[in-house]
Design a protein around this ligand. Structure first.
Ligand SMILES: *[C@@H]1O[C@H](CO)[C@@H](O)[C@H](O)[C@H]1NC(C)=O
Ligand SMILES: *[C@@H]1O[C@H](CO)[C@@H](O)[C@H](O)[C@H]1NC(C)=O
Ligand SMILES: *[C@@H]1O[C@H](CO)[C@@H](O)[C@H](O)[C@H]1NC(C)=O
Ligand SMILES: *[C@@H]1O[C@H](CO)[C@@H](O)[C@H](O)[C@H]1NC(C)=O
Ligand SMILES: *[C@@H]1O[C@H](CO)[C@@H](O)[C@H](O)[C@H]1NC(C)=O
Ligand SMILES: *[C@@H]1O[C@H](CO)[C@@H](O)[C@H](O)[C@H]1NC(C)=O
Ligand SMILES: CC(=O)N[C@H]1CO[C@H](CO)[C@@H](O)[C@@H]1O
Length: 240
């Protein structure tokens, strides 16, 4: 349980209460969160009153999620995040989170939604993100992530939203993205990607929105893109 208190020392709960959405999956998770609560400076806050070790607490605790929007949660995503293996929903969007995304995030195998856009995250998207096979929504946009897009993203076959826009991503767009057949929205604009648009994107039958604008992509648009019968909007504007 020490690791749980460690995370709390990094993320101040008072702000966290408004911003950090956790969906509980097990009794162990609840116990860990109670220990976490015991380390808060403001644990007597009325909003925390519902966090009690009673057996039916789960539903009540769920109410702590996203009560209001504030944009002042600062801290990092430490390796200890990997200890919260029962997390199914992690929402830290529009805050001041900095540092890199720990590769330990790959341990959160139950995670379905990861929403960390609008922070100051830098460094690479860890290849281990490809272990999060339960993910349906991945929002990493509006950070300072760099390096290339890991081909392991192609393992996330349950994804239907993939947002990577407005980062510093470079290199080419991996053809493995073409395995993400559930994708409906793929947003990759405002990065530094080069090379050509992979023909495999033509496999994404359910794609409705495709945004690749403001990159350094070159070459012609592959004819396979024309097979995307559900496409409503595509911004491909390439510069070189
Ligand atoms: C919280 O309230 C209890 C009494 O209800 C008190 O004993 C305790 O010291 C308080 N804790 C803090 C951190 O203020
Ligand atoms: C955000 O936090 C900083 C200190 O870290 C503080 O000076 C500032 O007033 C806070 N802003 C808001 C909107 O809470
Ligand atoms: C992705 O799947 C391939 C096999 O298709 C596997 O070799 C690789 O280790 C996986 N990577 C991740 C990060 O899950
Ligand atoms: C990514 O950014 C970090 C600094 O934030 C830098 O040290 C590193 O070399 C960059 N990597 C790439 C591939 O640009
Ligand atoms: C594509 O969309 C249809 C209709 O919403 C759905 O039934 C189907 O499962 C989707 N395909 C994939 C691979 O997600
Ligand atoms: C993409 O950019 C990298 C340097 O960032 C370069 O090594 C590579 O050759 C470029 N690829 C293409 C296809 O232009
Ligand atoms: C109990 C447990 O899994 N502890 C791990 C928490 O995370 C740190 C950092 O990744 C690991 O070193 C611990 O083993």
């Amino acid at each position: 349980m020490m690791m749980v208190s460690k995370i709390f020392s990094l993320l101040q709960f008072f702000t966290l209460l408004y911003l950090f959405t956790i969906t509980f999956a097990s009794a162990e998770e609840a116990t860990a969160l109670l220990k976490w609560k015991s380390t808060f400076k403001n644990q007597n806050n009325s909003l925390l009153a519902s966090w009690q070790p009673s057996s039916d607490a789960f539903n009540d605790w769920y109410g702590v999620s996203c009560i209001n929007g504030r944009d002042n949660l600062s801290g990092t995503i430490p390796p200890e995040i990997g200890n919260l293996t029962n997390l199914i929903y992690l929402d830290l969007k529009i805050n001041q989170i900095s540092g890199t995304i720990s590769s330990q995030i790959g341990s959160l195998v139950k995670l379905q939604i990861l929403r960390i856009f609008g922070n100051h995250l830098n460094g690479p998207i860890p290849g281990e993100i490809g272990y999060l096979r339960s993910l349906t929504k991945l929002f990493l946009g509006a950070n300072s992530l760099n390096g290339s897009i890991p081909a392991s993203l192609g393992n996330l076959t349950n994804l239907y939203f993939l947002f990577l826009y407005n980062n510093h991503l470079s290199g080419s767009l991996p053809k493995e993205i073409g395995y993400l057949r559930s994708l409906t929205t793929f947003s990759l604009g405002m990065n530094f990607l080069n090379g050509s648009i992979p023909a495999s994107l033509g496999n994404l039958n359910n794609l409705t929105l495709l945004y690749l604008y403001e990159n350094h992509l070159s070459g012609s648009v592959p004819p396979e893109i024309g097979k995307l019968a559900n496409l409503i909007e595509a911004y491909l504007e390439t510069t070189s």
